[in-house]
Design a protein around this ligand. Structure first.
Ligand code: CAA
Length: 259
């Protein structure tokens, strides 16, 4: 599986997707969205997939939406572009397996939004984050105003949105925008380590955990708890639950099949 702006590598149940438009610091345009959509849609059908790592080639994770392509947009074109980007971000956010952003460098504008659509953000010490859209006289269009406020709280989100400040990896870690910061050479190894840990667990249970958090965080506590009970019940219809509990009782490692 290869695409002009993405590089796809697979090792066991873990796929690494590298955004590869280094000449434009991996800026997001319609072709990148089409490719991301095609890859994630096809991976969603793969029962042996356990986790995805998303990273960028060169000095950027993603330096934003493609400014050169957006410059001449009319309002309807801008609306359609925002909707398209949001569709792809939503696809990644609701992807049935964990998606880790390996933030290797600049995660600005649409790049920060893409990282926020992932489940975890592991960053290199060299990474930088921000929503600098106000420098261009626009607002974020791929969910940044919404996901940033949910992730770091409304005041800290407003500070970043109003000032367009580009912050260091350590600052992003302190805000809760990044989840871990590691030495640049440890970025992919650390992401692979997390992915391998996840890959050893019951895949359906991991998938349900993601679903429960994503659905519950947008619902009332009572609705979220109801949803959790439903998913808990559904896990008892799986072979993985029987295997996981039998393995515990027999004092051996579980062999999950994702069924
Ligand atoms: N779109 C298109 N091209 C971009 C780009 C972007 N977002 N970011 C960088 N590039 C291009 C540059 O134009 C340059 O191309 P040329 O060599 O052809 O001139 C190339 O990538 C390298 O960039 P720089 O020379 O600028 O690299 P630098 O190291 O000096 O600076 C940077 C790096 C600080 C990230 C700087 O490139 C920058 O500020 N980029 C724009 C960041 C930004 O404003 N992002 C938000 C975009 S708007 C958005 O994302 C809206 C939305 O939510 C939908």
């Amino acid at each position: 599986m290869d695409n002009p702006t993405l590089k796809i590598e697979r090792e066991g149940g873990v796929v690494v997707i590298t955004l590869h438009r280094p000449e434009a610091l991996n800026a997001l345009n319609l072709s990148v969205f089409d490719e991301l959509e095609a890859v994630f849609t096809s991976l969603a059908e793969d029962p042996s997939l356990r986790a995805v790592i998303l990273t960028g080639a060169g000095k950027a994770f993603v330096a934003g939406a493609d400014i050169k392509e957006m410059a001449a947009f009319t309002p309807p074109q801008a609306r359609a572009f925002a909707r398209r980007g949001q569709q792809v971000m939503n696809l990644i956010e609701s992807f049935p397996r964990p998606v880790l952003a390996a933030v290797n460098g600049f995660a600005l504008g649409g790049g920060c939004e893409l990282a926020m659509a992932c489940d975890l953000r592991i960053a290199s010490e060299r990474a930088k984050a921000g929503q600098p859209e106000v420098n261009l006289g626009v607002v974020p269009g791929f969910g940044g105003t919404q996901r940033l406020a949910r992730l770091v709280g409304r005041a800290k989100a407003k500070y970043l949105l109003f000032t367009g400040e580009v912050i260091s990896a350590d600052h992003a870690l302190a805000l809760g925008l990044f989840d871990e910061v590691v030495a640049p050479e440890m970025l992919l190894p650390r992401c692979r380590e997390i992915a391998a840990t996840i890959a050893a667990k019951g895949p359906l249970a991991v998938s349900y955990c993601k679903q429960a958090v994503n659905v519950g965080i947008e619902a009332t506590l009572a609705q979220g708890i109801d949803y959790e009970a439903e998913l808990f019940a559904q896990t008892f219809a799986t072979a993985d639950q029987k295997e996981g509990m039998a393995a515990f009782i027999e004092k051996r490692a579980a062999r999950f099949k994702g069924e």
